[in-house]
Design a binder for this molecule. Structure first.
Ligand code: NAD
Length: 568
């Protein structure tokens, strides 16, 4: 059974499948005499149904509406309301028709009703917005708050899958920001918290089947709760960024919210422990990471370029977002904001269990922060330096390695990040020069990471792990005498640079790959093995059956052994 209820708060809320059929009677009961209906032309069928039910009480249907309520169109809609002597305006649709109804109510003596068909939440707020030549203006005014809201989940069944998911993330963003706002009334925060489960359930259900009416009902119920969170709390950095992106680049409203949410949540997470605690029952231990994984799994955009921006646009976003101060649980500096946007640019997975520290290194990989996870570096007994592969990221290898290590309270996992997620552009068997200056810069990054970790721990307590391109790089760094870790684990890789001396006598090295790994030529793997053996390394080798390019159980066992060895 899907939900159905009526509420007076004091606005009248009617919720239930088929509730649209009650709109005309509800308006009559409110004393409406001359109703102007507003809808986008392409979705006017619903407004026409209500017009027919209203009969003589329908003064007209107006469909000349545009997103973000441009001033000229708003003025035209006001003129229509005046000429028809409308006493009520009824918006049927998403934030656009509701925005127009509010624009009319701002200057004309009308009451507003809303029949929302998206999850944007404008129907429960006293917030109006108008777009002028100077940009978007918003404000709060109780005259624009809809006095009657009719939620009919059946009306949302036609929302396409992507728009559905993005609009639900938009609703979730309202709740998340309300949870950040410690000054919001307890009832508002309770509603925000209560919205999370139905919104996430709606996202999961409707991603699989956008026509699922039960899923539609839960989703709209979550959006209804989130809308009152938007009304009763102060929005922060997330909304600021969404408005800046919308204002500067005309990015689609709901998609912009969807893309930003995991990153801003990751940025604010540690500064908002209460919000995280309220999200955990639904999203698990690490809400920003869980939301990012959900987006990735469902195909919700997570890369900032999906909004049509270029790298050069990011600085304008930083400037505009900092131009006027706004509430946020964590203070925001230009450096922070730049980093947040770069994370979204590179789709780096946000996580509460990780943190960052600056790292200086020369060349194209220079100036990128170090990702950390686990015990504080200052207190750790063992450090595991993790080097990601081509196209991956520090956050990813941190998760891959620390998950395989299992619970290790005294271990810090440390991962540098390649610029553009690639350490060097050509294959590892290409002539060394063709991979410069990237290769030298990448080796310098490993030097810098080593030096940073070695400030706190002796070499025998440091384990180095690389996967794929990260394994090739780590082996090459070892060959060039970068350092002598307790062990080097090179998963699915081989050395770039073979000839010459290998200063590895007695060094523990673990090499692995699958038998048919398409990325690791067997002869290069054998040459690496031979060079290490000849130089006196304590070598162990694992060759996994099959042809995958991945991390194997044997690799995880070797990792746990290496950590245990380093801890002694
Ligand atoms: P919208 O009304 O423009 O709808 C977005 C898209 O959904 C449109 O392309 C529309 O064609 C489609 N759509 C709507 N109903 C549909 C249906 N039943 N079937 C198929 N497609 C449908 O915008 P929105 O996403 O609902 O809201 C965003 C706008 O609302 C922005 O301008 C935003 O600033 C504003 N907003 C205002 C407030 C407020 O409190 N004032 C709150 C949230 C959003």
């Amino acid at each position: 059974m899907s939900r159905a209820f009526v509420e007076e708060v004091p606005e009248r809320i009617v919720f239930g499948v088929g509730a649209e059929a009650r709109v005309a009677d509800e308006l009559v009961a409110c004393g409406a005499e001359r109703v102007l209906l507003l809808a986008l032309e392409r979705h006017r069928a619903g407004a026409d149904r209500i017009a027919a039910a209203l009969g003589a009480r329908c003064a007209g249907v107006h469909t000349a509406l545009r997103q973000h309520v441009p001033e000229a169109q708003a003025e035209a809609a006001r003129a229509v309301a005046r000429s028809l002597r409308a006493d009520w305006v009824v918006a049927h649709g998403g934030g656009t028709p509701i925005g127009f109804a509010k624009a009319i109510a701002l200057t004309e003596p009308v009451k507003v009703a809303a029949v929302p068909t998206t999850y944007a939440g404008s129907e429960r707020t006293n917030i109006w917005g108008l777009t002028t030549a100077e940009g978007k203006r918003t404000g709060r005014d109780d005259r624009v708050r809809p006095a009657l809201v009719v939620y009919d989940p059946a009306l949302t069944a036609g929302l396409p899958r992507d728009l559905t998911l993005h609009s639900l993330y938009n609703a979730l963003a309202h709740s998340v920001e309300a949870l950040y706002d410690a000054t919001a009334p307890a009832a508002v925060r309770a509603r925000a918290e209560a919205s999370v489960a139905p919104l996430i359930e709606g996202i999961r259900t409707l991603a699989a089947d956008p026509a699922d009416l039960e899923g539609r009902s839960e989703a709209l119920y979550g959006a209804y709760l989130a809308a009152s969170a938007l009304d009763g709390a102060t929005m922060g950095l997330h909304h600021k960024l969404a408005h800046v992106l919308g204002g500067l680049f005309d990015t689609p409203h709901a998609t912009t919210h969807a893309l930003l949410l995991p990153y801003v949540l990751g940025f604010n997470g540690r500064a908002a422990p209460d919000a995280m605690a309220r999200l955990r029952p639904v999203l698990g231990e690490d809400p920003p990471a869980a939301l990012y994984d959900l987006s990735r799994d469902l195909g919700v955009p997570i890369r900032l370029s999906a909004l049509g921006l270029t790298r050069d646009d990011l600085e304008a976003v930083v400037e505009a977002a900092l131009a006027r101060p706004y509430a946020n649980p964590r203070p925001v500096t230009a450096v922070d904001l730049r980093r947040l946007l770069w994370d979204a640019w590179h789709e780096r997975r946000p996580s509460l269990s990780g943190w960052r520290m600056p790292l200086d290194a020369p060349g194209p990989h220079g100036g990128i922060e170090l990702g950390l996870r686990g015990a504080p570096l200052e207190d750790a007994r063992v450090a595991v330096i993790c080097v990601h592969g081509r196209g991956a990221a520090a956050e990813r290898i941190l998760r891959d390695v620390s998950d395989r290590a299992g619970p290790q309270e005294d271990v810090v996992f440390v991962a540098p990040q390649a610029s553009d997620n690639v350490w060097y552009p050509k294959g590892f068997t290409a002539p060394i020069d063709e991979n410069q200056p990237w290769l030298d810069s990448a080796l310098a990054v490993l030097d810098a990471v080593w030096a940073r970790v070695a400030r706190h721990l002796p070499p025998e307590r440091i384990v180095l792990v690389g996967f794929s391109q990260g394994a090739c790089l780590s082996l090459t760094w070892l060959k060039r005498g970068g350092g002598r870790p307790s062990a080097l684990l090179a998963w699915a890789g081989a050395a770039l640079d073979l000839p010459g001396d290998w200063p590895v006598a007695g060094q523990a090295v673990y090499l692995s790959k699958s038998a048919g790994d398409p990325y690791i030529p067997p002869e290069r793997f054998e040459q690496t093995r031979a060079a290490l053996t000849a130089a006196g390394a304590r070598l162990s080798v694992h060759v996994e059956p099959g042809d995958a390019h991945w991390i194997y159980d044997a690799d995880a066992d070797a990792l746990r052994r290496a950590i245990a060895e380093a801890r002694r």
